[in-house]
Design a protein around this ligand. Structure first.
Ligand SMILES: [Zn+2]
Length: 351
């Protein structure tokens, strides 16, 4: 074994030991095929884990959105949401994730005629139970872009009401190319006016101008993906100066075809990912999984990709700390988590 390989394994082992945070993670994208099968069973629908897994294969972004819609179709009531929250929380704990901001597709719940309040009460209750196990969960309510501005206002209104239950931010996901950013101003104004933080998916399949719009029109404080920034390095420098982090999810970018699209290539794999270039440009990055079940990944695998892409130990440690410091918890709650991370990093000789 070469010493380089040993070093890599050593770093991966230290990352596994460190307490971690994750900021870009969709509850509905965390539903593993076995869980879809179980949810189907509750409704008398036979679906084997194998056929559920087959639905999680796609070649482009719209194919992915279809699969997402299909899996979400099995979430019918609060008990279903409680089940998937449990399973996600167990997976996070198994990876030593101690803090996660989980995005909930409230816009989809409304569209399906469900009660966001009832579903969220079940989700929140599960989250509370995991606090004593050492996992702190907070929530982001996300509107679906293709449902339009009025639907987004409804999501922002409910998110504002549920702030006391750790709903910290309002966001926007879905098909970036469907509805213009300006249509979401009212929803974001409302959310921010009530003290919620603002995030948005931008520059995932859209161009760098989408990131600029999310920052300037919507007041986004963190950008979901934002890999289009590599197509406008001057704007990337601005993001660096503004300290607006990009929530980068390498496996997601490969699996949805977003990376190939941004690179203007017929296909792309992880080794083509510009994560290192973005970090070296000085842009703050927080590494995430996006939809771990749908992309067959987890947070440790994403850090493995960061190592393989050539990020240095100190770059990775800084990125890991950023996932705590750029979280939206109030400073008094955030500080002990950061301290916990730093003291483990010190013990492992990383800082
Ligand atoms: Zn996402």
């Amino acid at each position: 074994m070469t010493s380089e390989m040993t070093e890599t394994q050593d770093l991966a082992a230290k990352i596994a030991k460190l307490p971690k945070a994750e900021l870009h993670l969709h509850l509905e994208g965390s539903i593993r095929p076995e869980t879809v099968s179980l949810l189907g069973e509750r409704r008398g629908i036979q679906i084997s884990p194998e056929s559920a897994a087959a639905r999680y294969e796609y070649t482009d972004f719209l194919g992915f959105l279809d699969a997402f819609k299909w899996a979400v179709g099995y979430l019918k009531d609060p008990e279903d949401y409680a089940l998937v929250t449990h399973r996600l929380a167990d997976e996070l704990l198994a990876q030593n994730v101690i803090y996660a901001e989980v995005t909930i597709a409230a816009g989809v719940m409304i569209r399906q005629g469900q009660s966001v309040e009832a579903n969220f009460a079940a989700i929140y209750e599960v989250g509370q139970r995991y606090r004593e196990k050492g996992l702190r969960l907070a929530w982001i309510f996300d509107a679906t872009r293709q449902f339009g501005g009025d639907a987004a206002v409804k999501v922002a209104t409910i998110a504002a009401k549920l702030q006391r239950d750790d709903v910290l931010a309002f966001g926007l996901g879905g098909d970036e190319l469907s509805v213009k950013t300006a249509n979401f101003r009212a929803a974001y104004d409302l959310a921010r006016g009530h003290g919620l933080h603002a995030v948005a998916h931008a520059g995932e399949i859209g161009g760098p101008e989408m990131i600029r719009e999310a920052v300037e029109m919507l007041g986004a404080e963190r950008i979901g993906h934002g890999i289009a920034a590599i197509r406008d390095l001057r704007y990337a420098d601005q993001l660096a100066a503004l300290r607006i982090p990009l929530e980068i999810c390498p496996t997601s970018n490969v699996r949805t075809g977003a990376l190939a699209r941004q690179l203007d290539k017929p296909s792309a794999d992880i080794s083509d990912h510009p994560l290192r270039e973005i970090v070296e440009r000085g842009v703050t990055v927080v590494l995430s999984t996006d939809d771990p079940a749908m992309f067959h990944t987890d947070l440790l695998a994403e850090y493995g990709h960061a190592i393989a892409l050539g990020l240095t130990e100190s770059q990775i440690v800084r990125m890991m700390e950023a996932s705590f410091s750029y979280g939206f918890l109030p400073p008094a709650e955030k500080r002990p988590l950061i301290e916990k991370f730093r003291s483990s990093a010190r013990e492992l000789g990383l800082i």
